[in-house]
Ligand binder design. Structure first.
Ligand code: GLN
Length: 304
């Protein structure tokens, strides 16, 4: 499979570099707005222990909402299924930072991957501890998953998120008002902003996703039963209001971030990370999604 996989990644990278439209980088914070647009990375970690890459796979990027997968895995590990009393597992059909459903749902966010749900998940991880401790545990989780200690939080990105995070602050305050935050909103928010500011390369992200493959020899950080559920939520909710489109086009559980990264899982076979900072209208990586689509089709990877 390896030679074929390398050929596919090299071809897809070369084809997409010819694209006329690379989307638009996120502009809500200066740190993301100044990332050069014309970058593309594909990395695949396979269940038989290989790491195959193409493009800018050694360039660090802000993983942003991809961090919500690691946070959810950690929160479920700490608290078990009672987390589901605080956050649902239905696709929202709304944008990642939507506030409108929260009032109808009485402060129980639709799922852990929209911002409101991720803020609740982070609050669960905090559990009354100082943010530093919770973030250290999350970083340890990610580093252990990747088998690489050189994964850090970009403080400038976290600070900037805080300075521009009025909408997230509104979500956190509303959750608090509904009794669905256990910690002061500013504490949970600060932790959430730091979690989103984790930086990784596509190589590191593909490696960090191996625990979701559920195959012998892969890092065992979560029980197999829970992995199936994590992947189910990725498939149904991982791309916000474009989750159906991603399932239709790619056919794999995936999670995107506004930094342009996407992590997708081929159960039993591979963890796939792509990154291209230009986003489409739904706030998901434009060429990253196209890369996923082409790689999955050519490798005949799908959960269906
Ligand atoms: N930090 C971003 C936010 O909270 C993450 C959103 C995303 O990646 N879609 O707005």
């Amino acid at each position: 499979m390896t030679d074929r996989l390398q050929e596919v990644l090299t071809d897809v990278d070369a084809e997409l570099r010819e694209s006329a439209d690379w989307g638009h980088v996120a502009t809500y914070i200066p740190e993301l707005a100044r990332v050069p647009l014309h970058q593309l990375a594909i990395a695949v970690a396979t269940a038989d222990g290989r790491l195959i890459t193409a493009g800018d796979a050694d360039t660090r990027f802000s993983i942003q909402s991809v961090s919500k997968v690691f946070a959810l895995a950690l929160a479920l590990g700490r608290s078990g299924d009672q987390l589901w009393t605080r956050v649902g597992r239905e696709p929202s059909g709304s944008a990642f930072n939507s506030i409108v459903q929260l009032e109808y749902e009485r402060g129980i966010p639709r799922n852990p991957f929209i911002n409101a749900g991720a803020i609740v998940t982070t609050d669960e991880i905090l559990g009354g501890r100082p943010p530093r401790e919770a973030l250290a545990e999350l970083l340890t989780f990610v580093r252990t998953a990747a088998g690489d200690d050189a994964i850090y939080i970009n403080e400038a990105v976290a600070t900037s998120e805080k300075a521009h995070g009025h909408r997230n602050a509104a979500l956190a305050n509303f959750l608090y008002a509904c009794g669905n935050l256990k910690n002061p909103p500013e504490m949970t928010l600060g932790t959430y902003f730091h979690q989103c500011a984790i930086e990784m390369t596509a190589k590191q992200l593909a490696l960090a996703g191996r625990f979701l493959i559920a195959a012998p020899g892969m890092p065992r950080l979560v029980s197999k039963a829970r992995l199936r559920r994590l992947c189910a939520v990725m498939l149904t909710c991982g791309h916000y209001d474009a989750s159906g489109d991603f399932a239709f086009r790619v056919g794999l559980p995936g999670k995107s971030g506004v930094g342009g990264g996407i992590l997708a899982i081929v159960p039993g076979q591979a963890s796939v990370a792509v990154w291209s900072p230009g986003l489409n209208a739904n706030g998901n990586s434009k060429l990253g999604t196209e890369a996923m689509e082409r790689v999955a089709a050519r490798m005949d990877w799908s959960v269906f």
